[in-house]
Design a protein around this ligand. Structure first.
Ligand code: NDP
Length: 445
């Protein structure tokens, strides 16, 4: 790696000793842009690299709320405003017991480059809480969210920072946040995205991340002169990203074989049908149940405490959470002839797993490109809110397709050597360039 970048990485390690996920994300980006930086030394000036790896602002706050038994509970609330060089901070909120500063800084850092790839004017941010929504009543969720919003509302705004959903934060939570923000600020504005259609949401936002992943897949397959029809696909997770990825896979003629949650995997030997997908959606989005409830259906195997990675397939799309593909999982996928891996989740592949894919020439598309469809449509939601307009489903979907195609083109342009496309390098260079150029033009801030 370039000597200067190595020094920056050493400093990041020293300054953030308890933040392994953040260090992992920074290292991945610095390694893959190293050669580019050596050829473009202007990016070594004015402490640009030291600044780009440091969040602009981080807010940490107490979130007290009262549970159904009248007992006071206290959680930590966070907002990381990572980079505003190309637009207002933008990125989701995650409610999950594993949330900590390392996770949110890695997500905010990745978000900065992802948002740049969309071609929209969006900076990078991320936030959330170690609050665990599972098993909570709607009232408990509302009380928690309202308390969280009291502090968060001081730091966000339609032209400042526009949060959205992520793990554990969907339409219900965004609705409660929006209502409380409006009440606190007396302002009906596009301060959050992923809103319901009744109060300024955009068509296609719910489906956007999953649909976008599959649009990216079609671009990749086309590049390698292959088609999606009949491809056997492993999908992990059973949340927003996973289920809309599966919906689009089915629509385009691929066979989605699996869904999973933190307790196990469901394997559908003949592929998930539209009807089964509707049942899973009902279970996960309405009843908020566990996949194990599908255990006794015919043709479906429930594999307890396991992820989907040892099932034979052509393509893997991890859509659950970070570091869900270990080195061993990656070896199994390679041995089973999986040839394409697209990250629906953020950084679902460990560094060791990625090394296995790289050495075996697996076509690997990183999350910051593959799952950028969600934030892209969030950007379109912001545009509609500013114009007080609502665009049709077809219009937004067409724009989403075109954004995903454009991201693919940028990766090919920046990541091709001979006939080989390194999508990780392509995504990192293209995203970095846009953010870095804007930062350089704005002086040392
Ligand atoms: P959801 O909360 O809707 O679903 C998350 C899914 O992942 C659930 O099935 C959950 O299972 C599973 N999961 C969560 N944590 C773990 C874990 N530690 N081990 C195993 N399974 C786990 O989240 P999303 O679908 O919104 O997000 C999924 C991923 O996609 C995240 O990495 C997120 O950052 C990323 N992403 C999301 C976007 C969006 O628009 N929503 C946009 C871009 C990226 P269980 O119910 O058992 O917890």
């Amino acid at each position: 790696m370039n000597k200067y970048l190595t020094e920056v990485l050493v400093k990041v390690r020293l300054d953030n000793p308890h933040e392994p996920e953040f260090i992992q994300a920074v290292e991945e980006v610095l390694v893959s842009i190293s050669e580019f930086i050596s050829d473009n030394t202007k990016y070594l000036e004015n402490g640009l690299l030291e600044r780009i790896v440091e969040p602009e602002k981080v807010f940490l706050f107490r979130v007290p709320w009262i549970d159904r038994d009248g007992k006071v509970q206290v959680n930590k609330g966070y907002r990381v405003q990572f980079n505003s060089a190309i637009g207002p901070y933008k990125g989701g909120l995650r409610f999950h017991p594993t949330v900590n500063l390392s996770i949110l800084k890695f997500l905010g850092f990745e978000q900065t480059f992802k948002n740049a790839l969309t071609g929209l004017n969006l900076g990078g941010g991320k936030g959330g809480s170690n609050f665990d929504p599972s098993g909570k009543t709607d009232d408990e969720i509302m009380r928690f969210v309202q308390s969280f919003a009291i502090e968060l509302s001081k730091h966000i705004g339609a032209n400042i920072d526009v949060p959205a959903g992520d793990i554990g934060v969907g339409g219900r939570e965004i609705g409660f946040l929006f209502g409380q923000y409006k009440r606190l600020r007396d302002e009906f504005s596009g301060v959050l995205t992923g809103k319901g259609l009744t109060h300024g949401g955009s068509l296609v936002r719910t489906e956007a991340t999953g649909y976008g992943v599959v649009y990216m897949l079609t671009n990749v397959l086309e590049h390698f002169e292959e088609t999606i029809v009949g491809k056997r696909v492993l999908v992990s997770g059973s949340g927003n990203v996973a289920l809309y990825t599966i919906e689009k896979l089915i629509e385009l003629g691929a066979k989605a074989l699996t869904v999973s949650d933190s307790k196990g995997t469901l394997y559908f030997k003949n592929g998930i049908t539209k009807e089964l997908l509707e049942e899973i959606k009902e279970l996960k989005f309405v009843k908020r149940g566990r996949l194990s409830e599908f255990k006794n259906k015919t043709g479906i195997e429930y594999i307890e405490s396991k992820s989907p990675w040892d099932i034979k397939a052509d393509i893997a799309i991890p859509c659950a959470t970070e570091n869900e593909i270990s080195e061993e999982d990656a070896k199994t996928l390679v041995n089973n002839n999986v040839r394409y891996v697209l990250e629906g989740a953020n950084m679902p592949t460990t560094s060791e797993g990625y090394e296995v894919f790289r050495k075996n020439n697996i076509v690997f598309v990183p999350g910051k490109a593959a799952n950028a469809g969600g934030v892209a449509v969030s950007g379109l939601e912001m545009a509609q809110n500013s114009q007080r307009e609502s665009w049709s489903f077809e219009n937004v979907d067409m724009k989403l397709k075109s954004i995903m195609k454009n991201i693919h083109t940028q990766m090919v342009e920046n990541g091709t050597t001979g006939s080989n496309v390194d999508y990780v390098k392509g995504a990192n260079i293209a995203g970095f360039r846009k953010v870095a150029d804007a930062m350089m033009a704005q002086g040392v801030v």
